[in-house]
Structure formats: structure tokens, C-alpha cells
Design a protein around this ligand. Structure first.
Ligand SMILES: *Cc1c(COP(=O)(O)O)cnc(C)c1O
Length: 427
């Protein structure tokens, strides 16, 4: 773990100019030989470093960094983060089960978001003693009270308000406007807090918001927090003193190869929140997902064929959209680098997978160094919403996952087998 202010290198780099691409000290060639491809490789060092950036930027205040489990729910990553004091933001009972499996001691550091919590999921979370429910509607608050009553316990909650700020990002991952399905209209929140103030099954813990994902500027977070601060003041005047505010996740990264100063980004983000929170002495929760894990991960694939068709060249890899759907789903860009670059002129190519969909591509009209069948490539910045959104479409076995710390490599999930896939079925 990097303690000094010296910027650590990107986790994926060539240690020698004529050597293979490495993660930490570990060659991706050796990992591919050992575990096969497609293969997800994650740098534990970078994940820990990123967590440390948030923790350091918030040292002046009581805070909790609740990692958004949905970004990458590998048990080994949850454990890594829990051991360093992180809490978790979950959006399903399944994600809670993962946290409980990897780090049961972190149950009290879990916040539970999501617009459609079921009674069994709520019961599980109440029994586990999670920190708070981020409640997204009045109906859900009623349901939460009813379940708490049934279990004879008190549910700590935060209303997830919709601050109605626009954040520039892809429309599928923008969530902070009134027209979105998320949260409670901020103008209605005060009345709801007042209404349940004397409900013995509910304890108002905080206010939360989450305005979207892959937001590159700190400004919308500050703007949202300003609105929430106003509400905190109104609540205080009514005698409702909340302990915490939860600013959600959503801080974006750079998916292009440019210079990216993660530490500066985090400082800017924390400063925007702090500025808006001035005067509030309570606790600040944040729920970063992508920022912690995206750039720590790469998907390593092998080139199966290079096919010319008309005036196009297709590089066909053994990874496909079922392994990493972001390009197909969000038109997302991932840098692609040869693990062992060949000399020669770069070519304009499409990089595609073998799945029977035209949407099965990783890059279109991308200028890449020459690639031959058998070569390995790495799709960078694939640590978030990669494996987590993978599927078995086309009856493809999902990749194995490896976690790297320095010169050590752990297989944290073995490759699926056909037996795994067929097990739940009968005929
Ligand atoms: C998805 C999500 C996050 C994490 O978003 P990132 O963009 O990955 O940081 C945090 N909180 C909630 C409620 C979410 O839905």
C-alpha cells in the first residue's frame, strides 16, 4: 500500500520495454497460461490505495466509505475493503449475503439502497443489524416499519431524496432528476420525517442521495449537497436532528489513456461536499463503486482470429459481450493494449467477440498495433461493472478472476465449468 504522496504507477504496465504487460509484478502472460482466458485480473494494491484516498480526504470528519458492492462483488475484494475499515452499500439481499459471507464483522457498516426491497430482504437486513436503510418511497418506509415491528426491532433509515440536479453522464446511469425512478422528491421529505418521528419501529438516521454514475465533475455533488443541507437545517428547526448524510457514489474515472490524477479528483470531490456541509457536524457517508475498482481491473483475452471483410478488419477474441457488456450497453470506451506488442504499423480494426450479436464488440474503428491469432490483449479499466454484469449468454462460461498484490497472485474465482451451468436445470 502506497503511504507516501508519490503517485503510484498505473496497475497495468510493461515493466520492461520488450516484456509483457504486468499487473503489479505479475506478468499477464503467465496468468493467462496458468488460468486460461478470458481472465479478469485485479490489482489489490490499487483498490486499497483508492480507498485510502477517500479515507484521507475525509479525515477531518466522522465518515464511512461504503463501497458499492454492485460494481464488483467478488468476495475477496469485499474482504480486502472490509479489513481496511470500509462499509458497504448494497442493493439486494444477495449482496448482503455476500458481505456477510466475506466479512460478517462489517454487517454494522452496511447501508441498503434500492427501489424494490422485498420483505424477506428487509428481514435479512434487520436481523443482520445493518447500519441504515436508504428508503426510496413512502410505501417502502411503511413496509420497513411493519417488518421492524414484526421482528420487534427498530429500523434505522435515511430517506433517499431526489435533489433534482442534473449530472452530465450516460442517460442510463443518471439518477438524480425528478423524472427518474429513484428517491423521494426532496420537497416532500420534511413532511415524511415529521410524520414518522414518533414511530417506535423507525429511527431517522440520516438523509441520502445518489445522483448517478460516471460523473466527472465535483460540481453536481456539491450542488446536491447544498440542497440536502437546506433540508437538514429545516429538519433541525423541527427538532429532528439527523446523525448522517450519505452522498451516494458516482465519482467518475477516465476510461481513455490520458493522465488521471485520482488523488486530486478525490480531494476536489471531498472539498465540494465539505463546502456544502459547512456547519453540519454529523457523519458523512459516501458510496463509491467504480472509482475504487474500475481502474484496478483488466479483462485479458486471446485473439482467436483476424478476419478481413470488405474494407474492415475484425479482431475476434475469446472474450465477448457476456464477459464485459459495457461497450454494448453504454457505448463505453475501454483502452485495449496488446500484452506483448508487436513491431509494425498500427491498423484500424474492430475488436469483437464470438457472440451472435452485432452489438458484441469491444471497440470499433480503433487504431491498434498489429495483432495475430494467439496474441493476448488486455481491456483496461474493466474492474467495475465488468464481471458484475457478466452473463452466460450463448452458454459461455464466465471468466476466472485473479487478485494481485505486489508479486503475489490469488485465484479468487475459478473459471465456471459446464457442470456449474447445467446444475440447476432438469428436463
Ligand atoms: C450504483 C450505485 C452506487 C455506486 O456508483 P458508482 O458510480 O459505481 O460509484 C452508489 N450508490 C447507489 C445507491 C448506487 O445505486
Amino acid at each position: 500500500m502506497t503511504k507516501s504522496s508519490v503517485k503510484s504507477p498505473r496497475p497495468f504496465q510493461h515493466l520492461e520495454s520488450d516484456g509483457p504487460l504486468c499487473c503489479g509484478q505479475v506478468s499477464l502472460e503467465s496468468l493467462a497460461r496458468r488460468h486460461g482466458t478470458p481472465l479478469y485480473v485485479y490489482s489489490a494494491d490499487q483498490i486499497m490505495e483508492r480507498l485510502g484516498l477517500f479515507q484521507k480526504a475525509l479525515t477531518g470528519r466522522d465518515h464511512l466509505v461504503c463501497y458499492a458492492v454492485k460494481a464488483n462483488s467478488a468476495l475477496a475484494i469485499l474482504k480486502l475493503l472490509a479489513d481496511r475499515g470500509a462499509g458497504f452499500d448494497i442493493v439486494s439481499g444477495g449482496e448482503l449475503e455476500r458481505v456477510l459471507a466475506a466479512a460478517p464483522e462489517a454487517a454494522g457498516r452496511v447501508v441498503y439502497s434500492g427501489v424494490g426491497k422485498t420483505p424477506p430482504e428487509i428481514d435479512l437486513a434487520l436481523s443482520a443489524g445493518i447500519l441504515a436503510f436508504n428508503v426510496e418511497s413512502e410505501a417502502e418506509l411503511e413496509l420497513l416499519a411493519a417488518r421492524a415491528r414484526k421482528l420487534k426491532t427498530t429500523a434505522r433509515f435515511a430517506l433517499r431524496v431526489n435533489p433534482d440536479v442534473f449530472a452530465e453522464t450516460h442517460p442510463y446511469i443518471s439518477t438524480g432528476l425528478r423524472e427518474h425512478k429513484f428517491g423521494i422528491d426532496i420537497r416532500k421529505a420534511l413532511a415524511i420525517y415529521k410524520e414518522v418521528a414518533r414511530n417506535r419501529w423507525l429511527a431517522a438516521y440520516g438523509i441520502s442521495f445518489h445522483i448517478g454514475s460516471q460523473i466527472r465533475s465535483a460540481e453536481p455533488f456539491g450542488a446536491a449537497m447544498e440542497r440536502v443541507k437546506k433540508l437538514l437545517r429545516q429538519l433541525a428547526r423541527e427538532g429532528i436532528a439527523l446523525q448522517a448524510v450519505d452522498a451516494g457514489g458516482g465519482l467518475g474515472i477516465d476510461y481513455h489513456s490520458g493522465k488521471f490524477d485520482a488523488a486530486a479528483k478525490v480531494r476536489e470531490y471531498a472539498a465540494a461536499l465539505e463546502k456544502a456541509l459547512d456547519g453540519f457536524e454529523g457523519r458523512l457517508l459516501i458510496e463509491p463503486g467504480r472509482f475504487l475498482v474500475a481502474q484496478a481491473g483488466a479483462l485479458v483475452a486471446r485473439v482467436l482470429q483476424v478476419k478481413r471483410s470488405g474494407n474492415k478488419t475484425f479482431v475476434i477474441t475469446d472474450a465477448a459481450m457476456n464477459d464485459l457488456i459495457r461497450p454494448a450497453l453504454y457505448q463505453a470506451h475501454h483502452e485495449i493494449v496488446p500484452v506483448r506488442p508487436r513491431a509494425g504499423k498500427a491498423r484500424i480494426v474492430d475488436v469483437v467477440g464470438p457472440v451472435c450479436e452485432t452489438g458484441d464488440f469491444f471497440a470499433r474503428d480503433r487504431k491498434l498495433a498489429p495483432l495475430e491469432p494467439g496474441d493476448l490483449i488486455a481491456l483496461l479499466d474493466a474492474g467495475a461493472y465488468g464481471m458484475a454484469q457478466s452473463s452466460n449468454y450463448n452458454t459461455r462460461l464466465r471468466p476466472a478472476e485473479v487478485l494481485i498484490e505486489g508479486s503475489k497472485a490469488w485465484l479468487i474465482r475459478r473459471r465456471e465449468t459446464m457442470a456449474d451451468l447445467l446444475a440447476p436445470e432438469t428436463f
